[in-house]
Design a protein around this ligand. Structure first.
Ligand SMILES: *Cc1c(COP(=O)(O)O)cnc(C)c1O
Length: 427
């Protein structure tokens, strides 16, 4: 008997409420689902039409290939919606993500954009899933990739990989800075580009300005740095990957419109004067955030403290230590109590950890009480995918709904106004 049990840290959502085919264009709404199910466990609500519309808006606005960053929400319903919005490229960071995307979309282009990969993941991606593009930020990782592709099975395919140098950026103004963990410095990036050119079928430079980056100028600066690196390296480069980080609206964050980010990228790209190079982007949050929410139930009220059934070890991680604010609305358990003024509440998650607290504030009618439900929005990215089984609170359900996003992000609303458009659900 094996002592090792391979068990995913995050179990799949326990029951996916299946919808009949004829509901595909006629999904329920959140309030209706809550009235029917009266859920005592967190209910994750996916808005496929919102995600499809945001994806479509981004694909139309961006002057290159759009890769969905699967890590921000790998839920099949979300992946289907991103595909529906016209995205055909996927940025994967693990073999599990690669396998999932390939199983769902045989025709998708999958790119392995994590700068540190296991050897078996490299081989498996290459051999079994048709992945050709790999990112790295050190000579050691480049060596690792090339060694694995030189093994007899891999070499038999006689293809040259796409090789992408991840360029480090100075610390950014983004909400989540990634510069400490990944990225080659200026001199290393030049060396790596020169080393990779003769090995690469396609050579690229990739960067990430940090997640929820509110400042379009961050992309201008990153593009300028990329241009200098490419000129100094003196080798032909085929792709510049401008990464993710595109922001969405939260209650206290109102980002510039999508077009402002695209204008900076396009203008900076023109100034580089590098004809023949293609642009890629890897948005995650921007495509998925508006399309997800969680419905939690109030289990106890102590003044302005509400004890609810989901928290920082569930889908509300970013509301904890990171202090993100999210839009919230009350779905009362009985007798709609309308007209009460809003008050500021803190939420406390179900685990016994005192860190399981979300200070918000969450603005809710002051009449909120035990048994009521609260829908928390803009959680389609880095929400449900982060949940754990800590303290036994790992149960939840998922439903696809037709509601609009709880907050609109500028630049995406034209597509959102097409709601409800016919949304066809893959079999
Ligand atoms: C997380 C990540 C993304 C997506 O970032 P968002 O801020 O969600 O757009 C894209 N590329 C890489 C390499 C990432 O690690």
């Amino acid at each position: 008997m094996s002592l090792i049990q391979n068990r995913a840290a995050v179990a799949p959502v326990r029951h996916h409420i299946s919808l009949r085919a004829d509901l595909a264009v006629n999904l329920p709404d959140v309030a209706g689902m809550v009235a029917t199910l009266r859920p005592e466990e967190p209910l994750h609500c996916v808005r496929p039409a919102v995600i499809a519309a945001a994806s479509r808006a981004f694909v139309q606005a961006f002057n290159g290939d759009v890769l969905y960053a699967v890590k921000c929400n790998p839920e099949p319903a979300v992946l289907r919606a991103v595909w529906e919005g016209g995205v055909r490229h996927f940025d994967c960071a693990s073999i599990a993500e690669v396998t999932l995307v390939r199983r769902m979309f045989p025709g998708a282009a999958i790119h392995f954009m994590h700068p540190v990969k296991s050897r078996s993941a490299i081989r498996q991606a290459w051999l079994q899933h048709g992945v050709r593009d790999f990112v790295f930020d050190t000579q050691d990782e480049l060596n690792k990739i090339m060694e694995e592709l030189a093994t007899p099975e891999c070499a038999a395919l006689q293809a040259k990989p796409g090789l992408f140098v991840r360029l480090g950026l100075p610390k950014s103004s983004a909400a989540i800075d990634l510069s400490l963990k990944f990225g080659a410095d200026f001199a290393t990036a030049i060396t790596l580009l020169r080393a990779a050119r003769p090995l690469a079928g396609k050579l690229g430079v990739a960067f990430h300005v940090g997640s929820q980056c509110m400042d379009p100028l961050a992309w201008r600066e990153a593009m300028e740095l990329t241009g200098i690196v490419i000129h100094r390296a003196g080798v032909r480069v085929d792709v510049i990957d401008v990464g993710g980080g595109f922001p969405v609206a939260y209650p206290d964050l109102d980002p510039p419109p999508l077009g402002a980010f695209m204008a900076e990228i396009d203008a900076a790209f023109d100034r580089l004067d590098l004809p023949g190079i293609k642009l890629w982007a890897e948005p995650g949050r921007a495509l998925a955030a508006g399309g997800g929410s969680v419905v939690v139930q109030v289990q106890l009220r102590k003044g302005n403290m509400l004890y609810v059934n989901d928290g920082v070890y569930g889908s509300l991680s970013d509301a904890g230590a990171l202090g993100f604010r999210f839009p919230a609305r009350l779905i009362p358990a009985a007798n709609p109590r309308t007209g009460a003024p809003d008050a500021a509440f803190s939420l406390f998650g179900p685990t016994c950890d005192s860190a399981d607290v979300m200070h918000g504030p969450f603005m809710l009618p002051e009449t909120v009480r035990e048994g009521d439900w609260i829908e928390i929005g803009q959680l389609g990215a880095y929400g449900a995918c982060l949940r754990t089984a800590f303290n036994g609170f790992d149960r939840s359900a998922l439903v696809e709904v037709r509601d609009a996003a709880m907050l609109q992000t500028a630049g995406y609303q034209e597509a959102v106004m097409e709601l409800p458009f016919a949304y066809s659900r893959a079999a």
